[in-house]
Design a protein around this ligand. Sequence first.
Ligand code: BGC
Length: 730
Amino acid sequence: MPVSSDAPFADAPWMAPGLTPDARAALLDAALTEDERYGLLHSQWAIGFLPDAPLPEGAIPAAGYVPPIPRLGIPGLYETDASLGVTNPRNARPGDTATALPSGLALASTWDADLARDAGAMVGDEAAKKGFNVLLGGGMNLVRDPRCGRNFEYLGEDPLLAGVLSGEAIRGTQSQGIIATAKHFVLNDQETGRHVVNAIIDEAALRESDLLAFQIAIERGAPGSIMSAYNKINGHYACENDALLNGVLKGDWAYPGFVMADWGATTSVHAAANGLDQQSGEQLDYRVWFEAPLRESVAAGETSPERISDMARRILRAMFAAGLFDRPLPKGEPIDYAAHGRIAHKAAAEGIVLLKNARGILPLTGNAKRIAVIGGHADVGVLCGGGSSQVTTGKGHAAFIHAGGEGAMMAMASEAYHPSAPLAAIKRSASGARVSFANGRYPSEAAMLARDCDIAIVFANQWTTEGADVPDLTLPNGQDALIDAVAAANPNTIVVLQTGGPVLMPWLGSVAAVLKAWYPGAQGGEAIADILFGAACPSGRLPVTFPQSTAQLPRPELPGLGKRWAAPFGRRVDLAHAPGFDVPHAEGSDVGYRWFAREGHAPLFPFGYGLSYTAFSYANLAVTGGDALTITFDVTNTGPCEGIDTPQVYLTHRSGAPIRRLLGWSRLRLKPGERASVTLTADPRLLADFDTGRRAWHVPEGRYDIALARSAEDFDVHAGASISEKWIKP
Ligand code: BGC
């Protein structure tokens, strides 16, 4: 966009028309004094409620702040969390609320790249209008363990699905003229001991899994920044991991943006030379490493002055690329919350996964005259996950239950409910029916109500949060017993699960239907009612494998659970010397469904699974090989109503050897009888192995068999073709 000639600094060399962001950043870096340059390299924690971290002057209360440099017209950086909506931690901006998207796993269950982009744009719009120019989202760690407390922020277990959706969400956010952040780079796959855990993994396996997800997201979304994670990878902290930051990210992928640390994750001055460009939330670290210690390191010849300029240039480049110098932020402009609510509603409804529907009990019809709604605080609202991503919605939280427990995160954590009560939405949808509520505290009382009704809908919740993993996959607070009691009293029992991720379902055989609603966001109650009563046809597909037991997982015991580990949040801990522990990742790149296939485990529900109220048939599958693998097929809606299908294509054999990888999918909205043709071309990296010797992807010559599938375990038709050998740059 052209700069108006009366804009301040319009005549500065870095504002000349036609210059690339790199050229502009280089010119501006050259104009910085040393103090100004170092000033860009560390952000302050800007929430302002700790005595030793008061609100910095000029900051908007939020996660981070880098002061502006008025002498050169450099805007400050105003950083807010996160992927699921603009947060307002501890109501630091009194009364400021935002639109809460459903959880990342709900969004991932839509498998809808366009919706991910709309969702990212929605959050970006709200962030910009609240005065923020850096969004600390998209969160995109691969779900390697269903017990991880932050899974709800992420986009599932598959690198293609997570990479595509995250890339599109980032693209959407940055379309609003601000910087987005892909996080947490990389392998931050458990919260237990997250500041000291050392993830051990083979390099090729990492390339083919978590790194591939980031690579795809960066290619699609071009995020201005990447947030490096808390944990160590192969013995080195993510924030000072030379091999990953300098070697892979900035070397092999030529990533031009900047790497910011997670809050409290910068552990030494060596991080600068090893690839970290900006220390974050400096009050949380043991020292403000990227000020005096970094200057000393340069003076001592350990860090080069060129590297200091490179760090500043990368930050400035991201600011130029986002347009921060060329367009004022729309700060204070009105936000269209009604339109944003519709995006949250759509994502929730399309992200709900119908797991079971015996006797076609759903959608509910006018025959359901007496409906029991039980448990899960369904009279109050819908659950949301805890931690830095927790959004306070339009009307504020309907209920806050302090979580308690040890650790800095847990001390601040609360189980919050968005004020979108399913009970009220069910009453609106079930006009003419008598809808009664039991809180579910006493199973016997709930069973009594269920016995007296045509239909019993049990809401079962599992709250998860940043900073803590769940110790196992059972529903907490005796909810399994509640479901058992209700199902014994009424065969028409429907369970609605609001959980962070997969849970076990010992009662599955005795209930009629199960809806997985994840954490459904600002309009979750309405979205659940839409599915229950058929205003929307269920279309969600699982982005994670549901195990039958933790014994099926690569690590049946969650490493480090139950021990006290260093947690620097809110106080300074010398993490470089804190005791930690190793977590070998024996599954390598075989995350989730790939591990289940490799080990021959039958899951409770497979990756990609989800039922519909209509039906789809597949035909005319054809595969062509040669230089690329291209798959074509037709899909027909053979059922009674309009619906969305998500046919998936998996690689099943490579030259006869079994292998399982998602190669692609399509998402089709079809009317009854309607047919559509699909063409997919596999990203060759999904056919390849990473060769660490040659530092390149290798597609071996041979026959590639694929399946057109309804899930990672339900193959409809098979086909194959031969491919010629190929080497692809890393
Ligand atoms: C989280 C990040 C978040 C940051 C700032 C950290 O605890 O890991 O995801 O962006 O805090 O709030």
